[in-house]
Every structure is written in C-alpha cells, then in structure tokens.
Design a protein around this ligand. Structure first.
Ligand code: GUN
Length: 302
C-alpha cells in the first residue's frame, strides 16, 4: 500500500507553529499579522477558497482585511484598493484570488502589489527571486508541496521529476523549486505529444493540468511519488429529492494509481490544505520582517 501524503495533518502542525510564532512576537510587534484577500467577481470555487483562507487566518490570529468587488469593477478601481492596502501599516500580505473575470488583466493587478506584501509570491520580482535562488515570499501551492515531500522524508535530489502544467500559479514555480532542490525536471503541457511516455518515466510526478482524472494507472511508473494538484467536482449521481454532497476528484485517478505508487496525495486533503498553510507562512514571515522580529520560518520557504 502506498503512503498517503496527508496535507491536512501537516497544515495543522504548521498552523500550531505559526500560532506560537505570533504569540512570541505579538507584544514587540504591537499588532497581529494582517492579510488582505481580494476577490473580484463571482467565480464559485474562488468563494470557497477565499472563505477557507479567511477561516485559517481567524484560527491562528491573523487579522483579515479582505474585499469582495463586483466583476464590473474597473481595473483602476481595483488597483486603487491594492494601493490603499500597500499603504496600510496593519497589512503584511495581499493576495488577489485567481482567476479574475474576463477583461481584468491579472498581470497589472499582481504588479501593483507591493512586492514586500506579496502573500502569494506571484509578483514578477518575487518570481525572479525564486528563479535566482534569492529569498522572498514563495508561491503557495508549490512551496506547500515541497514541505509535504520533505516532512515525509522524500528527497527529490537526483530524481527524474515531471510537472504536468505550466501555469504561473503552480507549474512554473514548481519546476523551479524542484530544480533548485536538484531534481531533473521536465515540464509537460497541453501541447506536449505522447504525455504518457514522459509521465511513465517520472520518479516524481506533479500533476497540475486542471483536467479531471487525466492520469491513470498506465501513466505512472511503479513506486513513483505522485502529487495531485487538481480539484474538481464530480457530477452528483443521486435522486433529486436526496441531493448528495458533491464528490471531489483530482487530475489523477486516485483509485487506479494508489496501489501502484510509493506515495500519493489524496484529493481532498493533500495539496489543498498546504496551499492555505503556506499562505499563512508567507504572511507571518512578512509580519516578522515588517516588525523587526526574529525570522524563524526560512526552512519553509524553498
Ligand atoms: N486560485 C486558486 N489557487 C490560488 C492561489 O493559490 N492563489 C491565488 N491568488 N489564486 C488562486
């Protein structure tokens, strides 16, 4: 049986550690860490993610400064909101929830965040720091995956890693983090031919394709480590009078793959909670730096 990489358990341990860091620095800082999550429009999945992020802040004592703007908000107005948060001394981290409504350019919004307050590590300057191996806030999902691997004793050094997906949010920073941990990395994407030939070679396979259950048993090598970033709602099969809770699945067919591999992340309960935990790590790290506190979280920022 494969090892289930339990993101919920590790996220809880990280929350406990962050709570301790906050309690230790609170009197010197004179205020708690603050995070602003900006949501624009009505993407339903984003509603759930933002609510999870705000609940996690409340659990560990991070103050929330979130805003929810209508999808019709003109770009300059969103930028003004971000600039006000940049200037607000109680705010250490700012995150713009993606995806944005059609017509709102994510690049100019992300660029308007003060790089010192970039809770998501998606500002061009911070992605550049990742590329160059300089310290800074790191993209949450890939940083969470690195923490999940290392705490489970999985070294990536010298391993053949394949990342499926090349988004700025996950695929690209994941490839950079794995490379700086000395894996040999290949990035596959929607135009890759014969995906299966690549994925079968992977000792570590990270799937962030955003397509439900595209990776089956034949796509994986025996004893591989498989990380599933996808999260999708499966259509409910049930009587209309007895509505069922929607089932979730990932980009990987968990039931087919789990018995063949050495380790795998479940969906839900694998990567998702780690994304939220790393957002908190970035926010508390920024707070420690903004308030001149000692910085003890460097081991979590790959
Ligand atoms: N949408 C889905 N996941 C994320 C995330 O980690 N950060 C942001 N900004 N948007 C997301």
């Amino acid at each position: 049986m494969s090892l289930k990489l339990d993101g919920r358990k590790l996220a809880k341990e990280l929350e406990d550690r962050l709570q301790f860091e906050i309690a230790s620095g609170l009197s010197k800082a004179g205020r708690p860490p603050g995070l602003a999550v900006i949501r624009v429009g009505e993407d339903p999945a984003s509603g759930v993610y933002v609510s999870n992020k705000e609940k996690a802040c409340a659990r560990i004592g991070v103050a929330s400064f979130g805003t929810h703007l209508p999808s019709t908000t003109p770009l300059p107005e969103v930028i003004q909101k971000i600039q006000a948060l940049n200037a607000n001394e109680k705010v250490d981290g700012i995150l713009v929830q993606l995806p944005l409504p059609a017509g709102i350019d994510s690049t100019s919004l992300l660029m308007s965040i003060d790089p010192e307050k970039d809770a998501d590590g998606l500002h061009t300057l911070n992605l550049g720091k990742l590329l160059k191996g300089e310290s800074g806030p790191r993209s949450c999902t890939p940083a969470g995956i690195m923490a999940l691997l290392s705490t489970n004793g999985i070294s990536v050094e010298g391993k053949r890693a394949v990342v499926v997906g090349r988004s700025i949010l996950v695929g690209q920073p994941m490839a950079l983090m794995l490379q700086s941990a000395n894996a040999t990395v290949t990035v596959a994407h929607s135009k890759t031919k014969d995906l299966i030939d690549l994925t079968r070679q992977a000792e570590l396979l990270v799937v962030a394709a955003g397509r439900p259950q595209i990776i089956g048993r034949d796509h994986v090598r025996s004893n591989a480590v498989v990380i599933d970033v996808g999260i999708h709602r499966l259509p409910c099969v049930g009587l209309e009078e007895q509505p069922q809770k929607p089932k979730l699945c990932g980009d990987v067919c968990f039931n087919e793959v789990a018995s063949k591999v050495a380790a795998i992340t479940p969906v839900p309960g694998g990567v998702g909670p780690m994304t939220v935990a790393m957002l908190l790590v970035n926010t508390v790290s920024r707070w420690q730096q903004h308030c001149g506190l000692s910085f003890n979280l460097g081991d979590l920022l790959p």
